[in-house]
Design a protein around this ligand. Structure first.
Ligand code: SF4
Length: 493
């Protein structure tokens, strides 16, 4: 993963019907660490015959998954039960320093225990929260997810799945969620299906995950995605029949607008999301970039060296080089930048000058590879441009003949309201340069710069009947309305 990237959403995971529910969840969260490094939590359900319902147990804390559960007693003595849900967080709604905001959230209400973990961002939660507060609801957290729990608890319906459907019909925006009750595991996805959510099986047990990479680590089989607007219910009967129960949140037909940035950067290349291999799509992004923006050296005898920005642009770079070679161009891929894995993520540093220092310590150019070469740097996206500029300066120190920059997505110009945390619009380099690519190239200090266009990006992604993508951060076209109180100001500090 290169630096100066939008902050990832969150990861969710769920298990039903395994004696090792907590352990499976732990591994599922480890595999999805890239989707959230700030905090992690697991809640388990242990059925208690004397109570006639489950006891819920949980452990949550700030930090990486390995750190949060490092005490072996947590798995052995605390997180008991046959069902579990888990969450890795990078907060996109709600204060990040409040431990109460670490998911999964749990409540005990008139119909039993319920726990929820959410990936995405609700676009109308402020209004719902205000309404609920006026009716006397007391919130424990500042997270948008908590409104779903209160809506479930306040529902007048008697059936718990009806209560959940009623609550989910009221919220807007992006949600891929797992909910655990005393005797069920429930997975649901908003009608646009912004974020991925997959169903798998590990022996008899059912598992749910944001990305299928979480299934590979526990040898689970990927069955299918939770469809946009679908509620999937897994219960004791599912374990016997091997079938999940399914219903719609509302009678509305699905209106898919999958987040295209999942293919560009967020998801791991070894995952399948929205029913397709991320690796294949990312490679196609690189190939199309080479078709539309190949690099021709000023001197035709010079060989072109194409380098990746580790690790997020590795796959797109391979696609770019393959296409260049296919088109008969004298190009080859080299490892020109070495990334230190022991340096903290750059965006944790709030101040610009500190961030710049960290970029230097995170990447080091391989001088022998770059000296006197025509170098093409392929990256998946440019946000502020801070890292890209710094990288170009580092590469220039190795004395290449030319430095060209290619980006396998369009310029980022707008904020995301569906679960991704971009800097404010005025901090985005594309906006600072008025959308003028030549000006951005000048700012970065490169001989040439090219991006994919929005149309080229969409054309690189799988095309299916009725399939649409969200491209709002590139195009400003938001497929689901944003409530007025949540709109970000163009000149937000
Ligand atoms: S605005 Fe961008 S990051 Fe957000 S859902 Fe749409 S494509 Fe994804």
């Amino acid at each position: 993963m290169s630096s100066d990237k939008p902050r990832c959403h969150c990861a969710v995971f769920g298990v039903f019907g395994s004696p090792a529910a907590a352990q499976l969840t732990y591994f599922g969260l480890i595999a999805q660490q890239h989707r959230g490094q700030e905090a992690s939590g697991i809640v388990t359900a242990e059925f208690d015959d004397t109570l006639g319902r489950a006891r819920f147990h949980w452990h949550k804390d700030f930090g990486l998954v390995d750190d949060v559960y490092k005490d072996s007693r947590i798995m052995a003595d605390v997180l008991k039960g046959q069902s579990a849900i888990g969450h890795n967080r990078y907060s996109t709604a709600g204060a990040s320093d409040n431990k109460a905001n670490i998911q999964p959230f749990t409540v005990h209400y008139r119909d039993g225990n319920i726990a929820i973990a959410h990936n995405g961002n609700l676009t109308n939660f402020r209004q719902i929260r205000t309404d609920l507060e006026q009716k006397g609801t007391i919130f424990q957290t500042t997270s948008d997810t908590e409104v779903i729990l209160h809506l479930i608890a306040r529902s007048s319906r008697t059936d718990q799945i009806d209560q959940i459907a009623e609550a989910l019909a009221l919220v807007r925006g992006a949600f891929s969620i797992v909910i655990m009750t005393d005797d069920k595991l429930i997975a649901a996805r908003d009608n646009a299906g912004f974020r991925p959510l997959a169903i798998g099986r590990n022996w008899k047990a059912f598992v749910i995950a944001s990305e299928t990479v979480a299934f590979d680590i526990i040898d689970a089989e990927y069955i299918r995605d939770v469809a946009p607007g679908e509620i999937v219910i897994i219960d004791a009967e599912s374990l016997e029949t091997g079938e999940v129960h399914s219903r719609r949140i509302t009678a509305d037909p699905p209106d898919p607008h999958h987040c295209i940035f999942e293919y560009v950067y967020f998801s791991r290349p070894d995952s399948q999301i929205f029913g397709h291999s991320v690796d294949k799509v990312r490679r196609r992004l690189g190939k199309n970039l080479a078709r539309t923006a190949p690099v021709t050296p000023k001197n035709p005898d010079d060989k072109v060296i194409v380098i990746n920005v580790p690790d997020s642009s590795n796959t797109a770079t391979m696609g770019y080089v393959q296409q260049m070679q296919k088109d008969g161009r004298n190009a080859r891929m080299e490892i020109g930048l070495i990334r230190s894995h022991y340096i903290g993520r750059t965006f944790i540093q709030p101040r610009q000058e500190i961030r710049q220092n960290k970029v230097k310590t995170k990447f080091n150019p391989v001088k022998g590879v770059l000296k006197d070469r025509v170098v093409v740097v392929v990256d998946d996206s440019i946000v502020r441009g801070t890292t890209s500029k710094q990288l170009v300066q580092l590469i220039r120190q190795a004395e290449p003949k030319e430095v060209h920059f290619r980006v396998s997505s369009p310029p980022i110009t707008h904020p995301c309201y569906y679960g991704m945390d971009f800097p404010t619009p005025s901090e985005l380099i594309a906006n600072q340069c008025g959308g003028d690519v030549a000006k951005i190239a000048e700012e970065l200090g490169v001989d040439s710069l090219a991006y994919l266009t929005v149309d080229e990006l969409i054309a690189s992604a799988p095309q299916e009947q009725g399939q649409h993508y969200c491209t709002a951060c590139f195009s400003g076209r938001y497929p689901v309305d944003i409530e007025a109180g949540q709109l970000k100001e163009e000149n937000e500090p």
